[in-house]
Design a binder for this molecule. Structure first.
Ligand code: FAD
Length: 518
């Protein structure tokens, strides 16, 4: 199709016709099946495609890479397989919902189990704590290991549950642009009980008020990192994240995390969604603030609606013309990035579980260094994820596939090669010390991801894992919206827009956009 023709045809516009055009625009959206182009096949792009296709719209997805998933990705080497991005799977109901909409059964494509142990925590003082998925079992374990009375934990879980109930519909599942959100009963309820939301204290301050055990406080503070934030700065309301795991459970797909991408792609195929891989969108065509389609390989694919699932920075910089660049969005602090070593390990470690944390002895100092954005702390908290504990063919027998991650700042041009070398050595010393095994001779193969490669491979601005950080009290209100009223037919989903990064929130953005289009 000729790009020039497509654009100029839509430029025939004068004020006289504005009213009729608007009327037609809304009529189309109410009664007609729309043609929809989605830019990016990340988890939010996939979910959006399924939702819209299940309503009968004609959906096409353009993806720059050769496969679906975006940050949800994998790599393989000689009998080893690693999920390279997300490893934590919460709120599976949000994925189930897509299958229900499509009239399919999720278990025929993605099977998953509820984890008995959410995470195994290793402390420098020698303590090891199993965070059991069953709350009673967890409380018993904490009482035994740290001496923290069970009733305090019980009250904490109840409080976080309450905060979730008060806030989730307002802050996660609604579109903030809508006046309706602010006059809804749920918003008013949340407002009336704002003192219960811990929004005026930090996560750490809220946890210190509740518990005596420093180790338990550190455990709950760690939930800030689930969206790349800092527990010493992020509002206490975010302690709600621990509710997702401790009250609602943590899960793991039978075939590993990438199964979420393949499963949803298959479901989208069944719904008639058309995919174009290795086909980056070059421009989103707008005429008089109304979307016309997308430009791919120089030609226009026209559509009534365009939905972007790509990082906002690249969207505004490369794909949108005549749409003002939201400078303020990019002045905000970004979430953390990661330094990840994917190691093929020539031994199995019965002392490890699926998710393991080797805590720093000084968490506050770790985050202080992180907030300065230049260095990586010398004793970082190490996250060790071993999917072969659950997916037996992710590593050969007697060996393990380690994903060894530390939180690092976004990419600001630091000397990453030097930081990688130094941090690798610190991590190895820490693992040797805490697991009591010399690890270096057991590493058969190594792949490394750092903020530069995360940015280059996942197209995430400065390598941030979760878009903008949630370190400020107003972060939840100031994310980029899913829709801008003056630009008709253009919508935004994914980790860099409202309600934020992480699989559940990306799925929520897809739901919001589906509702907006409906
Ligand atoms: P993305 O995954 O960002 O995908 C966007 C897609 O758009 C990509 O496929 C890209 O190739 C494509 N694209 C870009 N430009 C174009 C273009 N011009 N044309 C066409 N296509 C284009 N979340 C969790 O819930 N749990 C975790 O444990 C977790 N851990 C993480 C660990 C790491 C290392 C990383 C990187 C992220 C992690 N996250 C985690 C965050 C989570 O992965 C993301 O929030 C989520 O996957 C983002 O999905 P998305 O839909 O926004 O799109």
């Amino acid at each position: 199709m000729n790009a020039k023709l497509g654009v100029s045809a839509t430029l025939k516009y004068d004020k006289k016709h504005k009213f009729i055009r608007n009327l037609l625009f809304h009529y189309e959206r109410l009664f007609m099946k729309l043609s929809v182009n989605i830019v990016g096949a990340g988890i939010a792009g996939l979910a959006t495609s399924i939702r819209l296709a299940s309503r009968g719209h004609h959906v096409t997805v353009f993806e720059k890479s050769d496969r679906p998933g975006g940050k949800l990705d994998f790599l393989q080497w000689q009998g080893f397989r690693w999920d390279t991005g997300p490893s934590l799977f919460a709120l599976p109901d949000m994925v189930e919902e897509l299958y229900v909409l499509a009239g399919e059964e999720m278990k025929t494509s993605i099977r998953y189990e509820k984890l008995d142990v959410l995470t195994r925590y290793f402390y420098e003082d020698g303590n090891v704590l199993n965070a059991f998925g069953d709350p009673d079992h967890f409380m018993e374990e904490v009482e035994n290991v740290f001496g923290e009375p069970a009733h305090r934990i019980q009250q904490y879980f109840e409080k976080n549950k309450k905060i979730y109930e008060l806030t989730s519909d307002v802050f996660i599942f609604s579109n903030f642009l809508r006046m309706g959100t602010f006059i809804s009963q749920k918003f008013i309820n949340a407002l009336l009980q704002i003192w219960k939301l811990d929004s005026m204290v930090t996560m750490h301050e809220a946890n210190v008020k509740r518990f005596e055990s420093k180790q338990l406080i550190q455990l709950f503070d760690r939930y800030a990192t689930y969206n790349g934030s800092d527990p010493y700065r992020a509002p206490g309301t975010l302690n709600v994240i621990s509710h997702l795991e401790h009250n609602l459970g943590a899960y793991f797909p039978e075939k590993g995390m990438y199964a979420l991408a393949t499963g949803l792609k298959e479901l989208a195929d069944k719904m008639g969604v058309i995919f174009h891989f290795n086909q980056p969108v070059e421009k989103i065509v707008m005429a008089r603030k109304v979307t016309q389609g997308v430009v791919v390989e120089g030609g226009i694919y026209p559509s009534d609606v365009v939905i972007s699932d790509i990082d906002l920075f690249y969207l505004y910089r490369d794909l949108l013309e005549d749409v003002s660049f939201p400078v303020k969005q990019f002045k905000k602090e970004r979430s953390t990035s990661a330094l990840i070593f994917y190691w093929a390990i020539d031994k199995d470690f019965p002392q490890l579980d699926l998710h393991n944390i080797l805590f720093s002895a000084n968490y506050r100092e770790e985050f202080r260094v992180l907030s300065h954005k230049r260095e990586v702390y010398e004793d970082p908290t190490v996250y060790l994820f071993v999917s072969s504990k659950k997916v037996w063919n992710d590593a050969p027998e007697g060996q393990e596939n380690w994903y060894v991650m530390v939180n690092v700042p976004e990419n600001l041009g630091q000397d990453w090669d030097a930081l990688i070398e130094q941090t690798r050595s610190n991590i190895i010393k820490k693992i040797d010390r805490m697991l009591g095994v010399k690890i270096e001779p057991l590493i058969l193969k190594e792949f490394v991801a750092d903020p530069r490669s995360i940015e280059a491979n996942t197209f995430s601005h400065r390598g941030a894992l979760y878009g903008n950080s949630s370190n400020s009290r107003v972060a939840a209100f100031s994310r980029h919206p899913n829709f801008i009223k003056k630009y008709k037919g253009l919508y935004f989903v994914g980790g860099s827009v409202h309600p934020g990064g992480g699989i559940p929130l990306c799925l929520a953005s897809a739901k919001i956009v589906d509702q907006l289009i409906k």
